[in-house]
Design a protein around this ligand. Structure first.
Ligand code: GLC
Ligand code: CA
Length: 556
């Protein structure tokens, strides 16, 4: 059995500024976060992924980095960061962090030097044009909010390229000096105890149009060199790519031999999963699961429901995208960039506990590693009065105390949700902790069970024949055999599942949540009844039947 840590862990994503304020200035910080490591550990989290915490003008939630080598003083110091990683390690948790290498802030000293002096070596760290390029109003990542991809700088007397906002000039990755800088940044944080990076905007980072070298191929070779460096400096470090690409391109990012990035978010599964929730039609999801197979042995998908950005459904065909908008974001104000929904999970699902469980259960049983967004474990809501993606970035709701216990200040970094069904008096950790039936306690139990099922992260899978509104999947890892069934319709479903694997055909399936035993029927199939929006986690022999495997093979 493969013992690679990232194949059987739970990743929890948070931004330091909205988790817990330790010094009462209204902004979350490392001291606050350290106070909640036992909470995260108790929930079953194996790795904490922090969104950018570097010094930054924070015009894009910190994705506009002004200094890669330190910590925003509002959050603490480098010393606090190391205390934090140490605190994680003593609890057996790992630290992952965002790595934003496609662009810097326009306040970064490299860009400032590049503006000031055309002969500076930093000029060539960025991408310039003397004339306004003909395609300056094409290819914006934030259409509707961002007007162009080239902006004129009177100081530099030239146009600079920016795939994202105009305050985020793209780095010129084709410049070997820039590559050397990137390697140094990675090595620096590895030395400080980081186990992995969520690599931001990878298709843009390596894209030919961001490099502007004649006949340039996407710079996949760079991904391999980054992997080589990390394996030499810290053998168990991983890279998790943010790349919203069609599944057939994924091997370019993983590397045919698994010699590039270790992990990728599975955006195609995410989009079709939301379509399945919206329409009860699981066929597109099945197609994406089929297309996501056959990875090199060290490669791994990461699955998620919501993240810190909009729910991006831009890759769905028009009618499917419209179905998701209709179900989960019908108002224009809920939609963003023409392709997404800027809401949290719970309000999208109308706060319906059965639908929330169904969504979570689906995500947790996808082939790969689950990634959870802070606050979703208690069903937090959104604040659509905040601009763009900030709607889903409100402070964590710890208790019914003022400002949800997030800060003692009267001026939180973003407003805490304080009224309606998702207000902090109604939705908070303290209340849910004491209620054994709460979403928080349900999530904790599900995560615990998920970790006892390594076949989900490492096994092979078959999509079993079932009606379109049911997803039934069987996972096999050595002698472990599990079946996960989900009924997307709000009606009772009767189901027959075929024999799963030859050597277990006479044995009963055991429902992991209830210990109910489902014997093999005389016709050779297993017969099941699913409640409306119901789900079942089943295993041959139950959880007690765990088989212990062999040593892992060598890494790529
Ligand atoms: C990624 C991040 C997003 C950010 C963008 C620019 O898409 O997820 O939050 O705005 O990169 O760095
Ligand atoms: Ca603070």
């Amino acid at each position: 059995m493969d013992q690679r840590w990232y194949k059987n862990t739970i990743i929890y994503s948070l931004s330091v500024d909205s988790f817990l304020d330790g010094n009462g200035d209204g902004i979350g910080d490392f001291v606050g976060l350290m106070n909640r490591l036992d909470y995260l550990n108790g929930l079953g989290v194996g790795a904490v992924w922090l969104t950018p915490f570097h010094p930054s003008p924070r015009r894009d939630h910190g994705y506009d980095v002004a200094d890669y080598y330190s910590v925003d003083p509002r959050y603490g110091s480098l010393g606090d960061f190391v205390e934090f990683t140490h605190g994680c390690h003593t609890r057996g948790m790992r630290v992952m962090m965002d790595l934003v290498l496609n662009h810097t802030s326009d306040q970064h000293p490299w860009f400032q030097a590049a503006l000031a002096d055309p002969d500076s070596k930093f000029r060539d760290y960025y991408i310039w044009s003397d004339e306004k390029p003909a395609d300056a109003h094409e290819g914006m990542v934030f259409p509707g909010v961002q007007d162009s991809t080239w902006t004129y700088s009177p100081e530099a007397k030239a146009w600079y390229y920016h795939k994202f906002f105009d305050f985020q000039p793209d780095l010129n990755i084709a410049n070997p000096q820039v590559q050397t800088e990137l390697m140094k940044i990675i090595a620096f944080w590895l030395e400080l105890g980081v186990s992995g990076f969520r690599m931001d905007a990878v298709p843009f980072l390596i894209a030919a149009d961001g490099i502007r070298v004649k006949d340039a191929e996407p710079a996949y070779g760079l991904l391999r060199r980054i992997r080589e460096l990390a394996q030499w400096r810290k053998g168990d470090a991983v890279f998790l790519a943010e790349a919203n690409i069609p599944p057939e391109d994924c091997l370019k990012y993983f590397g045919e031999d698994g010699d590039r990035l270790h992990m990728m978010f599975n955006f195609p599964v995410n989009q079709t999963l939301f379509y399945a929730l919206a329409s009860a039609d699981t066929r597109p999801l099945r197609a994406m699961l089929e297309a996501s197979r056959d990875l090199p042995p060290t490669a791994q998908w990461a699955h998620f429901l919501r993240n810190h950005d909009e729910l991006d459904i831009g890759r769905l065909p028009d009618d499917q995208r419209q179905a998701v908008f209709d179900a989960f974001g019908p108002d224009k104000d809920m939609q963003l960039y023409g392709r997404g929904i800027r809401r949290r999970l719970a309000p999208m699902l109308g706060g319906d506990r059965r639908r929330l469980e169904l969504a979570y259960s689906l995500m947790l049983t996808m082939p790969g590693t689950p990634v959870i967004r802070y606050g979703d474990e208690i069903g937090m809501g959104d604040d659509l009065s905040l601009p763009e993606r900030d709607a889903a970035r409100t402070p964590m709701q710890w208790s019914g105390a003022r400002n949800g216990g997030f800060t003692s200040s009267t001026d939180p970094v973003r407003p805490v949700i304080d009224d309606g069904p998702y207000g902090y008096r109604t939705v908070n950790v303290a209340m849910q902790r004491t209620d054994s039936g709460s979403l928080l306690n349900w999530t904790e139990r599900m995560l615990r069970t998920r970790k006892e099922l390594p076949e989900l992260g490492q096994g092979s899978y078959t999509i079993l024949p079932a009606p379109d509104h049911v997803l039934a999947m069987c996972y096999v890892l050595e002698a472990n055999v599990s079946v996960f069934v989900h009924n997307l319709l709000d009606q009772r479903a009767e189901l027959r599942i075929p024999v799963l694997a030859q050597d277990c055909s006479d044995r009963p399936l055991v429902c992991i949540q209830t210990n109910e035993i489902i014997p093999r029927h005389a016709d050779g199939w297993y017969h099941l009844v699913l409640q409306p929006s119901g789900y079942r986690w089943l295993r041959i022999g139950g959880l007690e039947d765990m088989i212990v495997g062999e040593e892992p093979e060598a890494d790529a």
